[in-house]
Design a protein around this ligand. Sequence first.
Ligand SMILES: [Zn+2]
Length: 59
Amino acid sequence: MNSCPICGKPASPDYRPFCSRRCADVDLGRWLTEGYRIPAENEDEAEDAPADDPAPKAH
Ligand SMILES: [Zn+2]
């Protein structure tokens, strides 16, 4: 049972994982306008790792 990641309603088989074409368009719009916030996530990860940590980071 999937729910729409945009609005939380039950997903439609025609538009899954979204509930409707409108929500699918909203998700696509995020990709086009925001780059889906991938750069922001990378910044958070960099903040998590201290520069003077001698142990190599195994991701
Ligand atoms: Zn939806």
